[in-house]
Design a protein around this ligand. Structure first.
Ligand code: ADP
Ligand code: MG
Length: 248
């Protein structure tokens, strides 16, 4: 028995001639928020995609709630129904209203009656101040509103785990705060989150643990205070020095 929601054991992933993940060991506890940081190309998105079975791993194991989801015989749709995901771009279906986006998985995958799914969807949208946008199409919303709706869609089915991949990096700076605030609220309500981010201040404020990926391995990890204030590895220090004011 494991208390971990998610466990990666010796995970390796290769694309043609490059090994992008070179033996990742990572366990995420229930209610924990883990921030993945690292240079562009360090494998953050690939790691998140392997958990959602968008990429199949070459070696190692991935356990979700103790179940080996990296077993090729596992039904990927069934796994995806247990994991919420939000990417950087294009999360909402443009031809569906915001409410239909938010309720789609509940209705189609979890077979919840429309009226009940819509009641939950409206409540979630109201909670984040988007109740009046329920019937709008996504292109009528700002980028920040769209990402917030995408996050609400990802949690509408009560997933065991929420994966966020650079959810603010396509946004205008003035829209970043409202999305980060929503992530902060989800953390407060106990959502288990693994998020790749370039927002170091946010990672420091919200994450329970920060994981620094470099060259396909976890170069260093720890509580944000330690990793940001007193990194042990020279390469962590070098990475953080690119974000001005982080390490002296
Ligand atoms: P990050 O999210 O940290 O920027 P990625 O996981 O997107 O990094 O990418 C890690 C490396 O894997 C990069 O070198 C990228 O070019 C490569 N890569 C990612 N996806 C593919 C793919 N589908 N085919 C080939 N190479 C890929
Ligand atoms: Mg990425």
């Amino acid at each position: 028995m494991t208390a971990s929601v998610l466990q990666l054991i010796g995970v390796r992933k290769r694309f043609v001639d490059t090994e992008v993940l070179r033996g990742i060991d990572l366990a995420v506890d229930r209610h924990e928020v883990v921030a993945l940081i690292g240079s562009s190309g360090s494998g953050k998105s690939t790691l998140l995609r392997t958990v959602n079975l968008l990429e199949r791993i070459d070696d190692g194991q991935i356990l979700l709630g103790g179940e080996d989801i990296s077993d090729p015989r596992v039904d990927a749709d069934r796994v995806r129904a247990r994991v919420g995901v939000v990417f950087q771009h294009y999360n909402l279906f443009p031809h569906l209203s915001v409410l239909d986006n938010v309720t789609l998985a509940s209705r189609r995958v979890h077979r919840i009656p429309r009226a009940q799914a819509e009641e939950t969807g409206r409540r979630l949208l109201n909670d984040i101040g988007l109740g009046d946008k329920a019937k709008e199409f996504p292109d009528r919303l700002s980028g920040g509103q769209q990402q917030r709706a995408a996050i609400v869609r990802a949690i509408a089915t009560n997933p065991e785990l929420l994966l966020l991949d650079e959810v603010t990096s396509a946004l205008d700076p003035e829209l970043v705060g409202e999305v980060l605030e929503l992530v902060q609220q989800l953390k407060a309500s106990g959502t288990t989150i693994v998020m790749a981010t370039h927002e170091m201040a946010f990672a420091r404020d919200v994450a329970d643990r920060v994981v620094f990926l470099d060259g396909g391995v976890i170069a260093e990890q720890g509580p944000p205070e330690q990793l940001f204030e007193d990194p042990r590895e020279p390469r962590t220090r070098a990475f953080l020095s690119r974000f001005s004011g982080w390490v002296s």
